[in-house]
Design a protein around this ligand. Sequence first.
Ligand code: PMP
Length: 391
Amino acid sequence: MTSKTTGTRTSKLVNEIPPSGIRRFFDLASSMDNIISLGVGEPDFITPWAVREACISSLERGYTSYTANAGMLELRVEIAKYMKKQFQLSYDPKSEIIVTVGASEALDIALRAIVDPGDEVIVVEPTFVSYAPLVTLAGGKPVSVGTTVETNFRLMPEQLEKAITPKTKAIMLSFPNNPTGSTMTEDELRGIAKIVEEHDLLVLSDEIYAEMTYDHTHASIANLSGMRERTILISGFSKAFAMTGWRLGFVTAPSDITSAMLKIHQYTMMCASTMAQHAAIEALQSGMEDVKKMVQSYKQRRNYFVKSFDEIGLPCHVPGGAFYAFPSIKNTGLTSEQFAEQLLLSERVAVVPGHVFGSGGEGHIRCSYATSLDNLKEAVTRIERFMKSLK
Ligand code: PMP
C-alpha cells in the first residue's frame, strides 16, 4: 500500500504555516564546538532555590493530582496580589485569572477564544515568532504592521489606524519587546488605546518581560481608561523568575473571555503542572528579591553590550527592557541571514537574523544578553574581528 506524501494528509492550516526561522541556526550551531550563543531567549540563571525547594516539598507531601482547571485558587490569589502590587491592576482570582502551560498556551487559547474564521488580528512586528502562526491556526488572518528603529520600534497610532479594516478583531502588543527590547510608556500607549476603543477592538498584551524594564517602570495598556475591559493580559514565570522549563504562565482578562478560554483549556490541558504551581506560589511569595537581583544583572550587561556594539560599528538603539540587543547591520551590506551565517561559521557566535521576527526586522540581528559578562566580552571580541574581516 502506498502512503500519502507529506502535505497531502496534514491539514491545510498547518501546511500554511512556515517552520520557525530560528531553528536552522540552532541545528547548525549545535553541531559546532566552542560556540558563544547569543541566540537563546531564556534567562541564564537557575530558578531560585526556595522555589525549587517548594516543588520538592510538594512532591514529598504527595501533591501529585490534578488541580482546578483554572489553576490552584491559592496561586490565583497570589497572582491577583502580584498584579495589584506591581501594576495596580485588580483581577478577581475566581473568575478573571487562568494559570496556563506557559505564556505560550495563554496566547494560543486567547486567540482561539476570540477569533472567528477570517477575522484579522494585527501583529506588531518585529515580534515573537509565534504570534502570526497562532493567529493562522486559530482560523484568523495575521496582519503585519512593521515598526522601525527610527521610532525605537514603538507602534505609532497612525500605523495602527491604517491597518484597521472592518474585519479587524484584535491587536497583539508585546512591550518590553522580543526581539527589539523596546518599551512603550503610558503616554505612548494612550494614543494606541484611543484607536483601539474607537474601533471596538480587543488587545492581546503579552507582558512576559514586564519585570525587565531598566529605564522607567512598566506601563500596562490595561491600566489606561477603558482598556481593562478590552485587554487580555498575558504573562508568566519563565522570564522574571527564570522558570522556562517549568512551563507556567497566566492570563488575566474580563470573565467572558476567561470563561471562553477555560473551555478550551479544560479540554486540551486540564490544568497546568501541579508541582510547578506549588513552586509558583513560593516564587510570588518570596521570590521578588531574587527577581530584583537578576534584573540588576541584566541591566549591567545591557549597558556594557549596547555600548560595545556602537563602538564596533554596529549602531544599536538602547533597549529599555527584556534581555535582547537588536543592533543594525545595514552598514555591512549583508542581509541579516548572511551576517548571522557568516558570523557563526567564521567566529562561532550564534545570533538570530532579524528577518525571522517579521516586518521591520531585516537589517538587524537579535543578540540575547542573558549570558555571563565574560561570554558577552568574548562575543564582542569575536564580532569585532568579524567586522574587521568584512572591510
Ligand atoms: N512571549 C514572548 C514575547 C516570549 O519571548 C516568549 C518566550 N521566548 C513567550 C511568550 C513564551 O513564554 P513561555 O515560556 O511562558 O511559554
